[in-house]
Design a protein around this ligand. Sequence first.
Ligand code: HEC
Ligand code: HEC
Length: 267
Amino acid sequence: MLLLGLLISGSLYTAFAPAQAQNQASATDQIAEGKQLFLASCAFCHGQNGEGIPTVRDGYQIGPSLVGVGAAAVDFQVGTGRMPMASPGAQAPRKPASFNDDEVAALAAYVASLGPGPAIPNESDYSIEGLSETEREEAITRGGQIFLTNCTACHNFNGAGGAMPRGGYAPTLHGVEGKYIFEALLTGPQNMPNFSNGNLAPDEKRDVIAYLDSIQDTPEYAGFTLGGLGPVSEGMFAWLLGIGGLVGAAVWIASHTTRTKKSKVDA
Ligand code: HEC
Ligand code: HEC
């Protein structure tokens, strides 16, 4: 019995231990690879060890510290092409990504190794594919309420985006992948506040994703959308058409009353 026990525990150990060691080895390899990429593409703004470069040039810091921003921030910033930034400025615009998925993962693993921060979310956290029809409807309703109270101030009531102070802007949310919505909420890029999982639970984040997905293909009701930019373009439209019409009417009335006045003067 004893021999059998030893044999079993021994073979179990050999079956599992090397796999663990291998996993560990590949994780350190990934961090090492990420560090190489980081030194080549990111270190001149974020510092050799991601400690940041506090120097301010043209009113903008060259690069903040990345200690503790977490893998989620890197996956968002590099995955959406915002980083590497061309030069520090008012906005890091979204552009085609310059790294492939493996490289993004390596960079994320390296930055995550600098200090604890939010991890890249699992697909089950942000995917709305598995929801039934009624679950989805409910998620859209809840997500709409969260969106209207927390996001419209910057991203506009229909998610079309809008201007921000100091020359920046909040981008449109149409066509943004669920994973990046989740990560943007988790990490609060640039002037956006962050909505940690304590503030806005993962389920609520997924509700917002379901809502944004639903307004993407909503038909535009009630005539012209005027660019969907809300009060500014709608006010402009009212001004031009409304006030313009009143001015036209005033001119018309004036041109018709002068004649009667004239004839009075003549008489
Ligand atoms: C030209 C300078 C520059 C380069 C190059 C650059 N960054 Fe940045 N990075 C910035 C600045 C400035 C910010 C902060 C402002 C912003 O988000 O626009 C920033 C922000 C970030 C953030 C967000 C930090 C947070 O608090 O959430 C991450 C993550 C990041 N960079 C990663 C990278 C990685 C990875 C690379 C290399 C692939 C890189 N950056 C290359 C300048 C740079
Ligand atoms: C104070 C203004 C502000 C609020 C409030 C705000 N955001 Fe943002 N958001 C921004 C700015 C500014 C950016 C652009 C950041 C950048 O480019 O680095 C942004 C970026 C994003 C992005 C990334 C889009 C892309 O093109 O990759 C998503 C997704 C997003 N916000 C969702 C939301 C949601 C959902 C809410 C509400 C829960 C919200 N935001 C609330 C200002 C805001």
